[in-house]
Design a protein. Structure first.
Length: 242
């Protein structure tokens, strides 16, 4: 049987959205915007750090995570070294710190940072991928492949020009609700189940959200929405249950 060649007009495979990869909850991860507010918090982060997405989203990362270095000095604070390096467009290597764990001993974590450039240098998103160190170092080794840029490398911005930002929120209430659940680390099928709508409807809403905000990924969308106040960390409970 003759071998079929792909059509020249066939679209190239799309790169998976990082949030789609992390929405499974493993590895634990959260993301922050340029104002140090948490814009993504998956189930793994909920379990590892002990804070629900509802309580974490929209809050300063240093107030939620509260990390300290191995000597007990405060690591997480406003304008920390990770934020400063990203703002200066410098790479951030993996690092380790401890976080409070209630009545038990502090948890010792390895953190891999993925820096996502925005439409302008001062607009960026930082993804923090977490691993509890006493679970072994194999995953940390693999995650180092995500780090960057290395010396001499540059990151390609996710878009070449800043989109026009309207004064009023461009999203409908339903679109804001869906974007909220995206930031909370839910997969599309989980959002569909929670809102009692079809998976196709969720996908269509997300497609329209990206078009309206003129961004290319869900990570950019949630970062922009939190920055502009179009999505709040804690939405009214009656809205979330509708």
């Amino acid at each position: 049987m003759p071998r079929k060649h792909p059509s020249k007009d066939a679209p190239a495979p799309s790169r998976p959205d990082l949030l789609d990869v992390l929405a499974s909850g493993f590895p634990p991860a959260f993301a922050t915007d340029a104002d140090e507010r948490i814009v993504f918090w998956n189930k793994g982060a909920e379990e590892l750090l002990g804070h629900s997405a509802e309580k974490a989203l929209g809050r300063p990362c240093f107030a939620v995570v509260g990390g300290r270095d191995l000597y007990g000095n405060r690591f997480c604070h406003h304008g920390c070294s990770v934020v400063s390096a990203t703002r200066d467009q410098e790479p951030v290597n993996s690092y380790e710190f401890t976080v409070p764990a209630g009545s038990t001993d502090p948890k010792h974590l390895n953190v891999t940072v993925v820096q996502i450039p925005g439409q302008r240098p001062e607009l960026f998103t930082i993804v923090h991928i977490l691993q509890q160190v006493d679970h072994g170092s194999r995953l940390a080794t693999l995650l180092r492949q995500l780090e960057g840029p290395k010396p001499g490398e540059t990151l390609t911005p996710l878009s070449v020009a800043p989109p026009p930002v309207p004064d009023d929120p461009p999203l409908t209430d339903r679109e804001r609700e869906i974007l909220h659940w995206v930031a909370a680390g839910l997969q599309n099928k989980e959002i569909a189940h929670k809102l009692d709508i079809s998976l196709a409807t969720v996908r269509n809403h997300i497609h329209r959200i990206l078009e309206k905000l003129e961004v290319h990924s869900k990570l950019e969308a949630v970062s922009l929405a939190f920055r502009r106040g179009w999505v709040a960390g804690d939405q009214p409970q009656d809205q979330l249950e509708n």
